[in-house]
Design a protein around this ligand. Sequence first.
Ligand code: 5GP
Ligand code: MG
Length: 476
Amino acid sequence: MCGIVGIVDAGGVSIQLYYALYALQHRGQESAGISTFDGTSLRKFKGQGLVADVFSPAVLKDLKGTAGVGHVRYPTTGSNLPENIQPLNFQFQEHFISVAHNGNLVNTCDIRREYEQAGQIFTTTTDTEIIAKILIQEISTSGSVEDAVQLCMKRMQGSYSVVIMIDGVIYAFRDPLGIKPFCLGKIEHGYIVASESVAIDALGGKFLRDIRPGELIRMDGDGVKCTQIAVAGRCAHCIFEYIYFARADAVIDGVLVYDVRRTIGQKLHEEAPVSADSVCSVPDSGTAYAIGYAERSRIPFVESLMKNRYMGRTFIMPTQKERERAVRIKLNPIPAHLKDKSIVLVDDSIVRGTTSKRIIEMMRDAGAQEIHMRIGSPAIKAPCYLGVDMPTRKELIASDKIEEEVRRSITATSLHHISLDALVKAIGFDREDLCTGCLTGCYPLLIDGETANPRLVNFVDVTFQSRLESFEAETT
Ligand code: 5GP
Ligand code: MG
């Protein structure tokens, strides 16, 4: 999982890229990078750590140019190599190319092998480099970026929202199933594409619309053009964006994430009512859910766990031991709110179960009598291959346990996960238009070693436009 942004602005882009990445920081804390085009060549800077740590005013000043792309990277196993930090930059003939990608390709090995057999070399272990290779291969023969993006969409299986800069022109495209979010906005003197609308908000810009699945956007000083490269029979928007990943104030594919979570909180009470003294969230990811629960149950919302906001997400820690210690530093219980009380504890998801168990222990140590855990997602049963760094089945606590076993393992008084039906209803799309792979084990694409739901897979019929026509995009 990552965050991406691309900006064209006659007045310079580095500061705006910086603030856009800042707004997308929750999508990745491992590394950050910016590339700009100064009219003759690329200016670039990237490093490990948070946006605020990687870039200094001097660095931003040096990132001159009226177009640029940026990336924040989420750690995935084995990826923590300096050469994998994005954007990836290339020079090809007289062209300067920079690529940033959010998502995950599932057929990288095949494509990579093919290129290697043809004598090509790779300098990273990321699938993003494959995207660049396919693009450059086609651009070098046909010279058409539209054709190159179509070739990408034909060859690549998986999730990809991609922003590329070629000699100061920004191109952005989204996979035909629209798995990862991607949107377009207007800023004072230019345009922006970004993973989430919150990046547009941060710049005081105007959200224009989501980039359509299978669409290519081209932006430069003259404006914005769009081309529908491919059309799929349905979408497969990532359900986990709504559950956990996106910021609550983001609007993704027309749906405000906060409201989804709040509605699920209300439904959690309807599905599993309980009497208690207070509703408490596991901040921040559980808060919108807890507020919905409190509203519907009329049990007061009382914060009883305080979050230290200056820590990254605990999941990020590579080892189990570090993660456990981090929970304690990150969340501090308030004994006066917990002593002898019965608490409804609301969180977005249980993945490994470690955090939940530690939190419940801490709350009991602080005097809580009963802890009724309510979870805003159905049980997570299967890994994600399409961009969320979900652990293997072995590490997923619910992959082989029923709810009662999970309850016992995390030592909650009671436990309830929202039903998939209620979750889908709260988002408001047809279930067929959502990827629910992590909850059901049925993926919208064929994945080696996984049983895809044949009905769904057959249904995804991607057709490619034979004549690629560009249109002025709606920009008002
Ligand atoms: P667990 O109980 O599974 O150890 O942890 C659950 C917590 O992890 C929840 O509070 C949830 O917000 C958080 N979480 C779920 N998925 C992810 C993820 O992909 N990344 C991060 N950083 N945290 C996650
Ligand atoms: Mg959380």
